[in-house]
Structure formats: C-alpha cells, structure tokens
Design a protein around this ligand. Structure first.
Ligand SMILES: Cc1cc2nc3c(=O)[nH]c(=O)nc-3n(C[C@H](O)[C@H](O)[C@H](O)COP(=O)(O)OP(=O)(O)OC[C@H]3O[C@@H](n4cnc5c(N)ncnc54)[C@H](O)[C@@H]3O)c2cc1C
Length: 257
C-alpha cells in the first residue's frame, strides 16, 4: 500500500520507483546504494540577453582553473548559463562572481545581469553504479536507478529510454522477467553514461596546472571520429529486441526483498 502526503492510498501488486535521485522507493527496498558527491557546486541561471551572433546555435563551455562556465541561447532574448566550481570550503557553496574574473567579459556580464531569483544552486551528485535495480515486484527507473552528473546532459534522456524499454518488455513478459530484461538491456549504457559523465566533470575542473595543460594538449589530438563514435553510442537506443526472445535469464543478484 502506497501512502501519499495528500492522504491518498493506493494498493498495487507492482511498484515502479521513478522517484528521482533521492528515491524513497530505493531507500526502502534496496540496500547499499550510495549517493556520490562530486565536490562541485553548480549554479544555473536564465536571463534576458542576446548573445553575439558568433555564439548563436552553439552550446559553449569554457574551462578554467577548478571551474567552468557554459552558456547557450535558448530562445529570443533568453540565455541559459551554468557555472561550476570545486568545493574546497563552506565559502564555495555560495556564488562569488569574482571567482569567474579570469573568464571573458561576456561570462561576467551574464552572471551580473541574472536576477538572484533566477539562479538555481545545487551540489553535483550521482548514484554510484549498482546492479540489481529490481525485486520481483519493485523496479527502479531513471535517476532512482542510475542518476548521472549533468556533464553529458543525459539524465532525462536516459530516464525516457528506460521507460521505452521497460514498457516494451512489459508487453511481452511477466512483470518479474520484464524487470530483469529491462535492467539487462539498459545497465551497460546507463552505467557508461554515469561513469563517463563523472570523469568528464573531474577532468574539466582540474586544480593541478601541469595536468590542465597536459589535458588541453591531449584533447586537441583526439580524432573527431572518436567523439563521433562516443556520441553514436549515446544516441543509439538500447535495443530491447536483441534480448526479446532470449530465455533462461536468471536473477543472479538482487535486492533485499
Ligand atoms: C538544472 C538541471 C538541468 C538538467 N539538464 C538536463 C539536460 O539538459 N538533459 C538531460 O537529459 N537531463 C538533464 N537534467 C537531469 C534530469 O532532470 C533528470 O535526470 C531527470 O529529471 C530524471 O528523471 P526521473 O523521472 O528519473 O526523476 P525526476 O525528474 O527527479 O522525477 C521524480 C519525480 O518523483 C517525485 N517524487 C520523489 N519522491 C517522491 C515521493 N516520496 N512521493 C511521491 N513522489 C515523489 C518527484 O516530485 C518528481 O516528480 C537536468 C537536471 C537539472 C536539475
């Protein structure tokens, strides 16, 4: 029986926990799942602004020392930006525009002209990859199962892909098997995204100047076909059909249910 704060109660044989990174369903039914802090603070803002024409139709990200700044024109006279900084002390939990003094004037203009009420602050976290997203009647989906840091912009995309794959398995299998096949189909891609995203976040905000200059040199030499292959792996849907008719897949790990 599910009890909600508004007083409503629902009875169900099956529960899909699509309740986000801090999932209550996960806390109740699944052990040893760890919320992982990246030690990075993120501010996101939207303001009325038009970028210089050279920046239109592009999403840009600038990397500095222990910080980065991204921005994009999201509509007529509307710009979305995000600013990240490594957390070393309490003072880093608050936005200090001076921390971005080393960036282009455009960055400072965007920060200065955004009303405080339009700035969202959050510490960047993810869910440390774990196996066993379901019990026989409870299944986690989206951020509840595999929340990623935002560095690849994939959290919502992966949650939607989960819903697509799970709903297809539910059409052809009983619930328990559908849950297992869903995880089998999705876990490799979802975990790759969590891990790559975490790594990208760390690489982009290095504190050591030697490592930063090494990183900059290496990144320039990476062939574009490597980036294209990576993008292709992200944008290719998990193929539930590959597993559709396989039988005999047994739960070999599980939750405490
Ligand atoms: C500022 C920001 C920018 C982002 N940008 C991108 C992006 O560009 N691209 C991208 O793909 N992803 C992005 N993401 C990530 C994306 O928002 C999440 O990965 C996605 O929303 C996860 O979807 P979900 O359905 O799993 O969980 P959520 O969207 O978190 O939904 C969970 C739902 O469950 C409800 N809920 C939680 N607990 C309970 C409870 N106990 N009882 C009842 N209801 C409950 C919540 O109210 C919520 O409605 C961004 C996230 C943020 C914060």
């Amino acid at each position: 029986v599910l009890f909600f704060k508004n007083g409503k109660e629902y009875f169900s044989d099956v529960l899909i926990g699509a309740d986000g990174i801090m999932s209550k369903v996960r806390t109740i039914f699944f052990d040893n799942v760890c919320i992982r802090k990246s030690n990075q603070m993120c501010w996101r803002g939207v303001l009325d602004y038009t970028l210089p024409s050279v920046f239109l139709h592009k999403a840009l990200e600038a990397w500095g020392k222990e910080s980065r700044f991204g921005f994009v024109q999201i509509g007529k006279d509307k710009v979305y930006w995000y600013a990240l900084k490594n957390i070393k002390g309490q003072e880093d939990l608050f936005l200090n525009i001076d921390d971005f003094n080393g960036y282009d004037n455009l960055v400072k203009n965007l920060l200065k002209n955004t009303p405080a009420s339009s700035i969202h602050a959050a510490e960047i976290k993810d869910v440390k990859p774990f196996k066993g997203w379901s019990t026989s009647s409870v299944c986690l989906l989206g951020d509840a199962a595999h929340a990623a840091t935002p560095n690849l912009g994939q959290g919502a995309c992966q949650a939607i892909e989960d819903a697509y794959v799970l709903s297809n398995y539910l059409k052809i299998h009983d619930v328990e098997k559908a849950f297992l096949m869903f995880e089998k189909s999705r876990i490799k891609k979802a975990h790759n995204i969590v891990k790559t995203s975490f790594l990208v976040g760390k690489i982009s905000q290095l504190s050591n100047s030697f490592l930063r200059s090494f990183r900059n040199r290496v990144l320039k030499t990476i062939p574009s076909r490597f980036n294209k292959a990576k993008m292709k792996s992200i944008f290719t849907l998990s193929d539930f059909c590959n597993n559709k008719y396989k039988t005999g897949y047994k739960r070999n790990y599980g939750a405490n249910f």
